[in-house]
Design a protein around this ligand. Structure first.
Ligand SMILES: Nc1ncnc2c1ncn2[C@@H]1O[C@H](COP(=O)(O)OP(=O)(O)OP(=O)(O)O)[C@@H](O)[C@H]1O
Length: 271
């Protein structure tokens, strides 16, 4: 079946079942770092306008899977990805895919806020500029303002857009990085432990933001905190030793996991 037909069937089936349509789909995803296999045949659907949390003990392959979704693993020497991953039905590993465009559609926010050593304005304007999204200065100012608004940062920085992004607090820097991802109009935002370097107040602010963003974007978040997964996600996927053990609605995973390994992890028997 063609990717487009598969996608049309998914959308129809999802609508009938009251579920959100599939935005990204991984099938039989295997990842190798040199000889070492890090992921074993992962099948996972990421649904539109939902937050999907990837949880599991250290080294289980959460970040590896996340990086497959925007081909960030391409940048790691010796890393090979097998299987199929689609974005809105289109194979993202097709040789014709422009990886820079893909990473605009599937943006990424990292563990440690990493603003460029430039002004707040330039941090946001850089992506739209290289993607040719603004024809005039006024259009660029509009994109910068809207992106900062969507990331809940505009009010705090509107009077100092020409000051360095690195001068903001950690939580503000992380929201700046989220605004930077938003500025190039992504479909999906990947977040790799986005709160692990933040204090509880900044964490709460970013978690609220994630909840707001789901209205317009699809979010996949790697988190070590089960409380965070429970607070922010609608679906949770539990990984263990490179395998996807189970996935489903977050409430089900936390209240009635099907697999003993999931149960042991969420009850704190290992981690
Ligand atoms: N660049 C790399 N080179 C070699 N091996 C790697 C690399 N990145 C990850 N691995 C290995 O792949 C496996 C999965 O790692 P990954 O970072 O995806 O797990 P994780 O669940 O995100 O872990 P953590 O919660 O500690 O961040 C681990 O055994 C890890 O050592």
């Amino acid at each position: 079946m063609s990717d487009t037909m598969e996608m049309a069937e998914d959308t129809a089936a999802a609508a009938q079942a009251g579920a959100k349509p599939v935005m990204m789909r991984g099938r039989d995803v295997c990842v190798f770092y040199g000889e070492k296999q890090a992921l074993f045949g992962v099948d996972l659907d990421v649904r539109a306008n939902e937050v999907t949390a990837l949880i599991g003990p250290s080294g289980c392959g959460k970040s590896t899977f996340l990086r497959c979704l925007n081909r960030m693993n391409d940048t790691i020497d010796g890393c090979r990805v097998k299987g199929k991953i689609t974005l809105q039905g289109a194979d993202i590993y097709d040789p014709k895919v422009d990886v820079v465009e893909l990473r605009a559609s599937v943006g990424m926010v990292f563990q440690k806020p990493n603003p460029f050593p430039k002004s707040i304005f330039e941090n946001i304007a850089y992506g739209p500029r290289i993607h040719g999204l603004a024809k005039t200065k006024a259009e660029m100012e509009e994109i910068v303002a809207t992106s900062l608004q969507k990331a809940g940062l505009f009010e705090e920085v509107k009077d100092r857009l020409d000051e360095p992004g690195t001068g903001l607090s950690g939580g503000q820097q992380q929201r700046l990085c989220i605004a930077r991802a938003i500025a190039v109009s992504p479909e999906v935002i990947l977040m790799d432990e986005p709160c692990s370097a933040l204090d509880p107040i900044a964490t709460a602010r970013v978690e609220e933001l994630i909840d707001e963003l789901r209205e317009n974007y699809t979010i996949v978040i790697v988190t070590h905190s089960m409380q965070q997964a429970a607070r922010v996600s609608q679906r949770t996927a539990f990984f263990h030793l490179g395998n996807l053990v189970e996935e489903g609605p977050t409430d089900d995973i936390f209240t009635s996991p099907q697999d003993k390994r999931t149960q042991d992890y969420i009850t704190g028997r290992f981690g």
